[in-house]
Design a protein around this ligand. Structure first.
Ligand SMILES: [Cu+2]
Length: 269
């Protein structure tokens, strides 16, 4: 019993140790659990498959041999106990560890910045704590099926739909949708969360390394689902603050006007 308690605590304690020097969180937690499950799954597979194969060959049907089956052996207590207790321990460990990681993934850190994200067919609206807004939507003629991701989002060769994110700061994304169900996927952080009309859901992530990262819709939502992506521009915190205050020329405003015009045309049509 003590051993079981130790195992449960070990699962919890281990889950708490996350490397903060990773590219993005909570992806690091997924990595940990993926590796552990993979090793355990492979070991179980070998333990089950190799003897099965051996017995299949050794005790295969042969005419006039053991045709009535084995009448002499009646189970083995030691073996029964072994293959009940060992899997039980493994399952308890996986369950506790999995639950501990799940809790971490559902609980945004205290200092998280709140970012409201609203999905629509087919694009995203990002709203920052001070009210600043970025609309990410394919702004080229979307009937041109050949336009590549960067082209669909560019005006005069400049990519427009950047949502700025401070590096190394946890972001709590509060999600909803204007029309149908979409799903918010932050590629490097490995988080996916449904965005449901009339409901608010959330997820959190943190990207530590400045750069450009993709956000995709992961719920098939209609004709241009495949165009539904945005780019996160992760910049150092000071740069982000400047951008947030509008001290950096905002290409997004230009994009917003184009989007508004496009949408107005759509309504007229
Ligand atoms: Cu979508």
């Amino acid at each position: 019993m003590k051993f079981l308690v130790f195992l449960l605590l070990a699962g919890l304690a281990f889950a708490g140790e996350a490397d903060v020097n990773v590219l993005a969180r909570p992806h690091d937690l997924w990595e940990v659990i993926y590796k552990i499950w993979l090793v355990i799954a492979v070991v179980i597979y070998i333990v089950v498959a190799v003897p099965s194969l051996y017995f299949m060959i050794k005790y295969r049907f042969k005419p006039n041999e053991r045709e009535v089956g084995d009448q002499e052996h009646e189970g083995h207590w030691g073996l029964e106990a072994l293959w009940t207790i060992v899997p039980l321990i493994i399952v308890l460990y996986l369950a506790t560890h999995g639950f501990a990681l799940f809790t971490q993934m559902r609980k945004p850190p205290e200092n998280a910045m709140e970012l409201k994200v609203t999905a629509f067919a087919w694009g995203w609206m990002f709203q920052y704590p001070n009210g600043k807004m970025v609309i990410a939507q394919a702004i080229k003629d979307t009937e041109d099926k050949k336009c590549k991701p960067d082209e669909c989002y560019s005006v005069d060769g400049v990519f427009q739909n950047y949502a700025y994110i401070p590096a190394g700061v946890p972001i709590k994304a509060v999600l909803t949708s204007q029309d149908v169900i979409h799903s918010f996927y932050v590629q490097p952080a490995g988080v996916t969360q449904d965005m449901v009309p009339g409901r608010t859901t959330y997820t959190w992530f943190q990207i530590n390394k400045p750069g450009e990262y993709w956000v995709f819709c992961r719920e098939y939502c209609g004709q241009w689902h495949s165009r539904m992506f945005a780019k996160l521009k992760v910049v150092p915190k000071e740069e982000f603050e400047k951008w947030l205050k509008g001290e950096v020329a905002s290409l997004e405003d230009k994009a917003f006007k184009i989007v508004k015009n496009n949408r107005a045309q759509e309504v007229v049509r």
